[in-house]
Design a protein around this ligand. Structure first.
Ligand code: ATP
Ligand code: MG
Length: 558
């Protein structure tokens, strides 16, 4: 994790450097990020974004943003806008306007016609079941379709009539004529066009045939003259088809390179499953702070830099692995430690009365905003006779090692005085309702002449000056490390019923002007950010992360 040390190249950087050294494509580097607009982006996409845009930045190249919109059923403009917003928020800008695979529908159609004319594609009238029946298995060769030997003229005629809308959905498909005995199932005459009488979010009703992913993706790369087309490992066995299409058409030779996708424990990442969580109300939308989406992480308080640093730490490899979510949390702590102002907020308040402090007196205590960064300055926090402290910071009969407040012991109030615990008042249920203490008037922070010692320091807010705030405390959305790793159980069964708790806290008055998105460290309590639900009168905070890895502690106890 030492960012100072010289970083070695990962295998894709190595490929790019070799290509540049060999003058391939005149040393040009053009990558692309190709999301399908069927959901919001997640942290896995962030890894891909950082990789593609990062390579271009490093090697003086550019990156296209291309929406892979070949499936009219699931794609929506809302997703397009959210994706653009998320990429920009992460700190990247694509080259020119955003692009769409649908921009190339005419060109892709012409490519298909070219394949037919070259005897490399045919129209198949078989049903999906009939096609599947002849496909063979990984250990058994497939068999030729009875339509495979159709004449070029007949294929051209039928394909044109497919386009003209003469046939219903599923009646016919266009297939590449490759090899039904190939050991690679994807090379056994894959479908390249299908009939779908559906309105497309951009091309409307112009088309009723749509290219399949494998026919659209590589050709789109080629049309854009992408030099390095980076995708995740599950596309490795698509590469022969990717190359077959490009070679058969004799078009620009983009090169596909695969890397291991990001897998994170305690969450799920496919857009399909995330959509289910949203639709079924398990979370409050795509940007729910418990979601692994970029918009959820943003709302939770993650910074773009923390996500970029996380992607860097995870690294680029060829082998699948699972990353512990604590690495993501480490990245945001590291960033906020440097950038977030320290403030005081009491989450579980109990009243503290300083019996020898003058009634009605208020002192303004000067507090440093961030000891890591002097330029962040300081602020004043009002101190008075009655304060709130955390309930768990007081113990009546405390053991020796309890360095917080107890009767007969000293403790410092952050930025203020040393106090001495004297007494506490309880209600009928035995619950402490008020703690009494005295203070040492000459122990004020910064000018302490008391000679009195105190081991611990507590945060506090003045009862007369605090602001009430709603604080949303999040825990992991899933209780199981691998919610998808159980054959007999649905991942929804592992949802953590306590992943969101809402409490009322008292925070210091300087937070009155806090705006949606502002991030703070509540001293001793963690990092918090202001939620967009916040209004001028009702502050709402999200807990981004605790100060320490509380799960690591839990696991040790086990
Ligand atoms: P999902 O199943 O979540 O929808 P996808 O791969 O279908 O993922 P796309 O929108 O097609 O989503 O992906 C856009 C790009 O992001 C692709 O290049 C894809 O390889 C990459 N990507 C998606 N998920 C991950 C991941 N977990 N780690 C790294 N890259 C990813
Ligand atoms: Mg997908």
């Amino acid at each position: 994790m030492d960012t100072e040390k010289v970083e070695s190249l990962h295998f894709i950087e190595q490929i790019v450097e070799d290509d540049i050294a060999n003058g391939k494509h005149e040393g040009r580097v053009l990558t692309r990020f190709p999301p399908e607009p069927n959901g919001y982006l997640h942290i896995g996409h962030a890894k891909s974004i950082c990789l593609n845009f990062g390579l271009a930045q490093k090697y003086g190249g550019k990156t296209n943003l291309r929406f892979d919109d070949t499936n009219p059923t699931t794609e929506e403009t809302e997703y397009v806008n959210a994706i653009k917003n998320d990429v920009r928020w992460l700190g990247f800008e694509w080259d020119g306007e955003e692009l769409y695979t649908s921009n190339y529908f005419d060109q892709l159609y012409d490519y298909a016609v070219q394949l037919i004319k070259d005897g490399k594609a045919y129209v198949d009238d078989s049903t999906a079941e009939e096609i599947a029946a002849l496909k063979g298995t990984p250990t058994e060769a497939g068999k030729d379709s009875p339509y495979r030997s159709r004449s070029i003229e007949e294929n051209l005629d039928l394909f044109e009539r497919m386009k003209a809308g003469e046939f219903p959905d599923g009646a016919r498909v266009l297939r590449a004529k490759i090899d039904m005995t190939s050991p690679n199932m994807l090379m056994r005459d894959p479908l390249i066009y299908r009939i779908k009488h559906e309105t497309h979010h951009r091309t409307g009703d112009k088309w009723c045939i749509y290219p399949m992913y494998d026919f659209a993706h590589g050709q789109s790369d080629s049309i854009e003259k992408i030099t390095h087309s980076i995708c995740t490992l599950e596309f490795e066995n698509h590469r022969p088809l990717y190359d077959w299409c490009i070679n058969s058409l004799g078009i620009f030779p983009s090169r596909q390179i695969e890397f291991a996708r990001l897998n994170l424990n305690y969450t799920v990442m496919s857009k399909r499953r995330l959509l289910l969580l949203v639709k079924d109300g398990h979370v409050n939308g795509w940007d729910d702070p418990r979601m692994p989406t970029i918009s959820g992480l943003r709302r939770r308080g993650y910074t773009p830099a923390s996500i970029r640093n996380f992607a860097k730490r995870v690294g680029i490899a060829r082998r699948e692995n699972v990353i512990d979510i604590s690495l993501l949390e480490f990245s945001i702590r590291e960033d906020l430690n440097k950038t977030a102002a320290r403030v005081m907020g009491v989450l579980n308040p109990v009243k503290l009365v300083i019996t020898n402090y003058p009634e009605g007196q208020v002192e303004e205590m000067e507090m440093i905003n961030n000891p890591e960064d002097d330029s962040m300055g300081s602020r004043k926090v009002p101190f008075s006779r009655e304060l709130y402290i955390e309930r768990e910071d007081f113990m009546e009969d405390a053991p020796k090692k309890f360095f917080r407040l107890s009767q007969g012991k000293n403790v410092r109030l952050k930025g203020a005085y040393i106090i001495h615990g004297t007494d506490c008042i309880k209600n009928d249920a035995g619950e402490i309702t008020e703690i009494h203490c005295t203070y040492y008037p000459n122990s004020r922070s910064g000018s302490d002449e008391s000679g009195v010692k105190a081991k611990g320091t507590l945060h506090w807010v003045s009862t007369a000056h605090n602001i009430k705030a709603e604080v949303r405390i999040y825990d992991r959305l899933f209780l199981d490390e691998t919610p998808l790793g159980h054959k007999d159980k649905d991942f929804l069964e592992f949802i953590n019923p306590d992943s969101l708790k809402t409490i009322t806290a008292y925070v210091e008055p300087s937070l009155k002007t806090a705006k949606s998105g502002d991030r703070f460290q509540f001293m001793r309590k963690g990092y918090f950010c202001v939620d967009p639900d916040s209004t001028e009168t009702d502050l709402v905070f999200n807990r981004t992360v605790t100060l320490k890895d509380s799960w690591a502690k839990k696991n040790k106890k086990k």
